[in-house]
Write a protein that binds this ligand. Structure first.
Ligand code: ADP
Ligand code: MG
Length: 441
C-alpha cells in the first residue's frame, strides 16, 4: 500500500508513568479502511496505546503522525526544556566573574537561612507553650484561692509546678531569640564576605573580558527570544492540529461514559453542536476582522449558518444514526433507563455523530452482560463493512478473527506480533502469544 493511505503512524512511541515504562517503543501504521484488533494481557498497555493515538495521553517519546502531519514529537517537549536551559545559561554567563569562594559562601548562607527558619519555627512553638502555661497558671490561681478557703494545699503545689514550667518555657524562649540574633549576625557576616569577594573579583577581572561576557549575554538573550517565539508558534500550530485530529477520531470506552443527566439525544448532539458553534464564532470573528480592514464580507457573513441550523442538522444526523443502530425510539429517554448494550450502542452513535475518520474502541463489550455483547458487536461489524477505519481492543477472539484485517498482540508495552488474523491465530510464533491464546481460546 502506498504511503498516502497511512492514516496514523507511530514511531518508537513510549509512555512512562513515573518510573513505570508502559509503552516501550511502538511502531505502527494504520491505513485507511483497516480494521486493527489489539489483543494482549491485562496491563500490557493496550488502553494507553489507544489513548496516545488520539493524544488523550501525551506520549513520553517518539512520534505520532496523522495524514503525514507530525502531531506529537518528543522533540517539541525537549525544545521547551532546552529553552529553559538556555535561559539558565544566560543567567549564569555573568556569574563567571565570581570566584568559587563566592559560591561556597552562598551555600553557607543558604544553610544559615535554613537554620533561621527552623529557629523561628521553634520560637513560635515556645511562644505557644508560654501562652498555654500562662492560661493554666491563671486558672490554677483561681483554684488556689478557692482551695485556701477549704484549707487544702493540693492546688497550691500544682500552681507552683506550673510556675516552674513557665519559667523554663520563658527561658527557652529567650534562648531561641538569642539564637536567631546570633544566626542573623552570622548571615550578615557571610553576606558581607560575598560582597567583598565580588568587589575583589571585579577589581581583578579583566574589564575587556567582562564587556565580552555582557555582549555575549545580550546576543544569547536575543537568540533566546527568537527561539522562544518560534517554539510558541510551533506549539500553537500543533495544538490546533491536535484539536482537529481529535475531532476525526471517535472513541468508545468500556464504560460508555454517557452523561446521565442528559437525554440520549442531548448526549449525541452535545459535541457536534458545541464544535459547530465554536467554528461559527471563529469564522464570524475572521470575517469581522476583514470587514474592519475595509473588505466587503456581507455575502460571506449572510451565508454562515445560524446556531439553530447547526442544532437542526446535528439532530437530523443523530436521528439517522439512532435509526441505524435500531434505537430511534430512545431519543428522548435518559441513559439510566437503558440496558448496557443499548448504552454502548448510544455511545457508538455519539462518537459517529462527529463524523470521524477513524473509530477507536477500548474493550467495548467487556462491561456487558453476555446476552448484550452480540448487539454491540453487530453495530461495530456493520461499521467495518461500510469501510470505517477502526482500531479495537478486544477479548472477543472470534470477532477479531472475523472482522479484523490485522491483529496486534501487545505484551509488556511492545507489539510482539502483527499479522492478519488467520496467520496470528492459526500459526502464532511468539511464545507469550501462544500462552495467551491457550488461555483465551
Ligand atoms: N494514568 C496512569 N497512571 C499510572 N499508571 C497508569 C496510568 N494508566 C495506566 N497505567 C498503568 O499502565 C499499565 C498499562 O495500563 P493499560 O494501558 O490500561 O493496560 P491494558 O489496557 O492493556 O490493560 C498498567 O500497569 C497501569 O496500571
Ligand atoms: Mg485497558
Amino acid at each position: 500500500m502506498s504511503e498516502e493511505n497511512i492514516l496514523i503512524s507511530t514511531r518508537n512511541l513510549t509512555k512512562r508513568f513515573g518510573s513505570k515504562e508502559v509503552l516501550r517503543g511502538i511502531d505502527c501504521d494504520i491505513k485507511v479502511g483497516e480494521k486493527v484488533a489489539i489483543i494482549g494481557p491485562s496491563g500490557s498497555g493496550k488502553s494507553t496505546f489507544l489513548r496516545c493515538l488520539n493524544l488523550l495521553e501525551i506520549p513520553s517519546g517518539g512520534t505520532v503522525t496523522v495524514n503525514g502531519e507530525v502531531l506529537f514529537e518528543s522533540d517539541m517537549q525537549q525544545k521547551g526544556d532546552e529553552l529553559a536551559a538556555i535561559k539558565k545559561k544566560i543567567r549564569d554567563l555573568l556569574s563567571g566573574e565570581y570566584s568559587e569562594e563566592v559560591q561556597t559562601h552562598r551555600e553557607e548562607a543558604e544553610q544559615v537561612k535554613a537554620d533561621i527558619k527552623r529557629a523561628r519555627e521553634e520560637l513560635q512553638e515556645a511562644k505557644m507553650k508560654v501562652k498555654l502555661l500562662t492560661v493554666k497558671i491563671r486558672r490554677s490561681r483561681g483554684k488556689q484561692k478557692a482551695a485556701e478557703q477549704n484549707h487544702s494545699d493540693n492546688s497550691k503545689d500544682q500552681g507552683e509546678s506550673l510556675s516552674m514550667q513557665l519559667d523554663a518555657a520563658m527561658s527557652s524562649l529567650e534562648q531561641k531569640l538569642d539564637e536567631i540574633t546570633d544566626l542573623k549576625e552570622t548571615l550578615a557576616g557571610i553576606n558581607a564576605k560575598i560582597r567583598q569577594k565580588k568587589r575583589e573579583a571585579r577589581q581583578v577581572a579583566d574589564m575587556d573580558e567582562l564587556a565580552r561576557l555582557k555582549e555575549a549575554k545580550k546576543e544569547a538573550s536575543q537568540a533566546y527570544r527568537l527561539a522562544k517565539k518560534e517554539h510558541n508558534g510551533a506549539m500553537k500550530r500543533t495544538n490546533a492540529a491536535i484539536d482537529e485530529h481529535r475531532r476525526n477520531m471517535g472513541m468508545v470506552f468500556q464504560h460508555f461514559n454517557l452523561f446521565n443527566n442528559l437525554t440520549v439525544m442531548e448526549n449525541i448532539m452535545l459535541a457536534p453542536v458545541a464544535l459547530g458553534v465554536k467554528d461559527l464564532k471563529a469564522k464570524r470573528k475572521e470575517l469581522f476582522k476583514r470587514k474592519l480592514k475595509g473588505k466587503d464580507v456581507s455575502e460571506q457573513l449572510s451565508s454562515l449558518p445560524e446556531k439553530l441550523e447547526i442544532e437542526e442538522n446535528a439532530k437530523a444526523r443523530a436521528r439517522r444514526l439512532l435509526k441505524r443502530v435500531g434505537l430511534e425510539d430512545k431519543a428522548d429517554v435518559y441513559p439510566s433507563t437503558l440496558s448496557g448494550g443499548q448504552k454502548q450502542r448510544i455511545a457508538i452513535v455519539r462518537a459517529l455523530a462527529m463524523n470521524p475518520r477513524v473509530m477507536l474502541f477500548d474493550e467495548p463489550t467487556s462491561a456487558l452482560d453476555p446476552e448484550m455483547v452480540g448487539e454491540v458487536l453487530e453495530v461495530i461489524r456493520e461499521l467495518a463493512d461500510e469501510g470505517m477505519t477502526m482500531v479495537i481492543v478486544t477479548h472477543e477472539i472470534g470477532f477479531a478473527r472475523e472482522v479484523a484485517t490485522r491483529v496486534l498482540f501487545i505484551d509488556e508495552g511492545v507489539i510482539k506480533e502483527d499479522a492478519p488474523p488467520k496467520e496470528l491465530f492459526g500459526n502464532p510464533k511468539d511464545a507469550r502469544l501462544k500462552e495467551f491464546l491457550s488461555k483465551v481460546l
